[in-house]
Design a protein around this ligand. Structure first.
Ligand SMILES: [Zn+2]
Length: 498
């Protein structure tokens, strides 16, 4: 069925075109600390022409007169390891479509790069190798990535063109995908078989140390355009990597795309230079905001002259796919007997249901959080008063609950979400600036809250997004690696020139 669907939807099938490009993608950032699997239904899946709808990369290909054969594009947020069933279902549908369309000149893959699948050492390698089995070595394959991808040499071996985002926080996703298809079309038109030089750097940095507008990364990313303009080279990338995917390929890497095999030595030289420059500055990769341990953050906030201090629970950063039900902060706020704090919020639909059943004004005994993140957190027993039941949106079906537990105004959420904007506080009828301490579950405070926060501290809390990677008891990453092995000696040339 899928075969007929894809063939029928080849969007420019009536036109006689010079080149045929098949498109596909499985985009996922897999966090191996999360103790549950990501299923097929957790992905947004688009097939055929739906996958092209409103996409600048698709418009570029159409404008270039390419016959585009869109197949399956699956996209998920950051969450647990992908189930074998989900991955194999997507993969097999793409492979089936690929077999059915006959010959193609090029393939565009829309990837994240940090996917990890249960039962596979590196599913992205499996994916590209299965594709190559069908199309052989002469079809040009170009793939776009999030710079948080963890990329292995074996994966690169199956690809011709690799291009990653150049901004974190990401604002150039569409630009990157369009650049990738532009390079693919350029290769086809000039009859090139590009090759990509790749170097894994033994550096593991947390997301909040990988902000591209901050030095030294800012200068490294600025160099990518210069490298791309060197004769014979097409593009260059720096992957910051995803340290919460505890696999051997996790960490930073650099790539330089050569137009053809003859320019591969130049690409490798440029990749080495870039990798060595990054390595030299590895200790300068730092947090760009004030940070503290959780206890220090609470003590600082209590003594601060500012009326309100925002504390971010960075280990339980919901926007990075963490559980959102971590209880470390709740536990410490209660232990400190803080007189006035807002905790927004803890995801716990069962506790919300309990509050709804009890009703506004009722005294409740609850076991809060620590159910999803039962790795770093435990449920915390609290007694408090239900002061409000609210809705996320006026038409929301589920309620959220605001419970007063001693000095803590605790927001219990029926759904996994983060408070990143003043509007989210309005929805639960809380004025954050009327309280001394406001805790939210993100890394760097989001801009809309930064705009109103008199002061903010990033608490380096353990959790699925733990920023202190040097404190994580890794079992499967490659060693030595910085900063876990701070005294290691390394240079790119040691590994690329045998
Ligand atoms: Zn990312």
């Amino acid at each position: 069925m899928a075969v007929a669907l894809f063939a029928g939807l080849a969007c420019t099938s009536e036109k006689k075109t010079e080149f045929r490009i098949l498109t596909a993608g499985i985009r996922h950032e897999s966090n191996t600390f999360i103790p549950y699997l990501t299923k097929a239904t957790d992905f947004t899946v688009k097939r055929g022409s739906d996958a092209m709808q409103g996409m600048p990369w698709a418009r570029f290909l159409e404008d270039a007169g390419i016959e585009v054969i869109p197949t399956l594009h699956a996209r998920g947020g950051a969450s647990g390891v992908v189930s074998k069933e989900a991955y194999e279902g997507f993969r097999d549908e793409i492979l089936q479509a690929l077999r059915a369309v006959g010959s193609v000149d090029g393939i565009f893959l829309d990837m994240h790069g940090a996917m990890h699948v249960e039962g596979y050492p590196d599913a992205q390698v499996d994916f590209i190798q299965q594709i190559r089995k069908i199309v052989g070595e002469d079809v040009v394959i170009a793939a776009s990535f999030d710079l948080h991808g963890n990329i292995s040499q074996e994966f690169i071996d199956g690809l011709n063109i690799v291009s990653a985002y150049r901004t974190a926080p990401h604002i150039d996703g569409e630009e990157t995908r369009t650049r990738t298809v532009r390079l693919l079309v350029e290769a086809l038109k000039k009859d090139l078989i590009p090759q990509t030089a790749h170097i894994n750097l033994p550096i593991l940095i947390p997301g909040e140390k990988g902000i591209t507008s901050v030095e030294p990364l800012k200068s490294f990313y600025a160099r990518l355009n210069e490298i791309s303009r060197i004769p014979g080279l097409m593009d260059a990338s720096i992957f910051v990597g995803m340290p919460e995917t505890a696999v051997t390929r996790a960490g930073m890497s650099v790539q330089v795309v050569a137009q053809d095999e003859q320019y591969l030595p130049e690409a490798l030289t440029q990749a080495e230079l870039l990798a060595n420059m990054i390595w030299e500055k590895r200790t300068d990769l730092k947090f760009d905001v004030p940070t503290a341990s959780l206890d220090e953050a609470i003590e600082t906030a209590l003594e601060a002259p500012e009326t309100t201090v925002f504390i971010t629970d960075s280990g339980d950063n919901v926007t990075a796919g963490a559980a959102g039900d971590g209880t470390l902060v709740l536990d410490r706020l209660l232990a400190y007997k803080v007189p006035d704090a807002v905790l927004a919020g803890i995801v716990d639909p069962d506790a919300v249901e309990h509050c709804v059943a009890a009703g506004v004004g009722a005294e409740v005994d609850l076991s809060v959080g620590g159910k999803i993140d039962n790795v770093f957190s435990n449920p915390v027993a609290v007694s408090g008063k239900v002061i409000r039941l609210t809705k996320e949106q006026p038409d929301s079906k589920q309620l959220d609950a605001v419970v007063q537990v001693d000095g803590v105004t605790l927001v219990l959420l029926s759904r996994h979400r983060a408070f990143t904007d003043p509007a989210h506080f309005r929805a639960v009828k809380i004025d954050p600036l009327a309280h001394k301490i406001v805790v939210v579950k993100e890394g760097y405070l989001f801009q809309a809250l930064r705009d109103i926060a008199p002061r903010a501290i990033m608490a380096l809390t353990p959790g699925f997004a733990y920023q202190l990677v040097e404190n994580i008891d890794y079992k499967h990453i490659r060693r030595p690696i910085f900063p876990l092995d701070p005294h290691m000696i390394w240079s790119a040339n040691m590994h690329t020139h045998k």
